[in-house]
Design a protein around this ligand. Structure first.
Ligand code: ATP
Length: 316
């Protein structure tokens, strides 16, 4: 038996702009993705008889093929059948700390950890690019979850440009436990409402990507200007999620009033995050939000920007 323990961090979107439709049915996006330290732990073991076995301590996370971590293991067995035959069954134990269906890419990060872990356990020596390419076949967020840190993501989110790493920024995450937003619903509703303004011409798409690349958010990141980063947070999906989910809007407004650097919904929501400059301030804001909203269904976390993606924390 060989095993590794890995940390699979969550991500937030500092910027999410929908540019248009793609022939594959996804959307053409420009995003700035940021890893945070809130992470699931993945214990990965190979050896003995058996096939692929996934378990998770969270009741809403499936153990079958619909688990993205399962599909990551399955993909590796298809790509490297000799290793699978040589090393034996794969067991994946997921300890969930990242809220589920939250817009924080928990499932994608679990899949990323399985790819990174099996590369190590099977002594494959894949490059990061090769791992990211495999990851992209599982989901648009998987390549970023492998890379971590801060990145500009284009295409459907799988094409990454690494940006200068940001640290020293703290994040408060807020999510109502019983609330989740379906990512396909959010994008389909956006398409219904806003597709008339989609860019169609490939030159226009490229021009807009270039504008974001040399625009104010990337400039603020390059200069580590936290105040500007806070002011420039943007997420097009808020236009469809906030009107439908007043609780999410209330979280946004509450954070805003408490004087954070910036606040925004992450991905397709419903998690709302707020940025502050110190850990002390983050805890103070967390307590204030808890008092003001006073709803036992509300979960809050304090975390910080992370520089790395998947990390190995143990193995034998
Ligand atoms: P994204 O930001 O990539 O849209 P998310 O944070 O909104 O992701 P996830 O937590 O990844 O959403 O999970 C969405 C759904 O996928 C859940 O309803 C869950 O049943 C299913 N799922 C499959 N595999 C996993 C996994 N390993 N962890 C969490 N959820 C998973």
């Amino acid at each position: 038996m060989r095993s590794y323990s890995l940390l699979a961090p969550a991500k937030i979107n500092l910027y999410l702009e929908i540019l248009g439709d793609r022939p594959d049915g996804f959307h053409e996006l420009v995003m700035v993705l940021q890893g945070v330290e809130l992470a699931d732990q993945i214990d990965l073991r190979v050896g003995g008889m058996g096939n692929i076995y996934v378990e998770c301590n969270h009741p809403e996370v499936p153990s079958d093929r619909s688990n993205l971590a399962y599909r990551a293991a399955e993909l590796m067995t298809q790509q490297f059948p000799d290793c699978f035959a040589r090393f034996g069954g794969i067991s994946v134990a997921i300890q969930k700390n990242i809220p589920v269906g939250a817009g924080l890419a928990g499932g994608s990060s679990n899949a990323a950890a399985v790819l990174v872990g099996l590369d190590l356990l099977w002594d494959l020596g894949l490059t990061q690019d090769e791992l990211e390419e495999l990851g992209a076949t599982l989901g648009s967020d998987v390549p970023f979850c492998i890379a971590g840190g801060t990145a500009l993501a284009t295409g459907r989110g799988e094409q990454l440009d690494t940006l200068p790493g940001l640290d020293g920024l703290y994040v408060i995450l807020a999510k109502f436990r019983s609330l989740s937003v379906s990512t396909p619903w959010a994008y389909q509703t956006y398409r219904k409402k806003f597709s008339t303004s989609y860019l169609k011409d490939s030159t226009d798409l490229e021009l807009r990507r270039q504008q974001v690349h040399s625009g104010p958010m990337l400039n603020a990141i390059a200069h580590h200007n936290s105040v500007k980063i806070g002011q420039l947070l943007h997420n097009d999906l808020e236009k469809v999620v906030l009107p439908e989910f007043p609780e999410v809007l209330r979280l946004r407004e509450t954070f805003q009033r408490l004087g954070v650097l910036g606040t925004m919904m992450s991905g397709s929501g419903p998690t709302v995050f707020a940025l502050v400059e110190s850990e002390e301030k983050a805890h103070q804001i967390k307590e204030q939000v808890k008092r003001e909203i006073a709803n036992p269904d509300l979960d809050l976390w304090v975390t910080k920007f992370a520089k790395a993606g998947i990390q190995v924390v143990g193995g034998r």
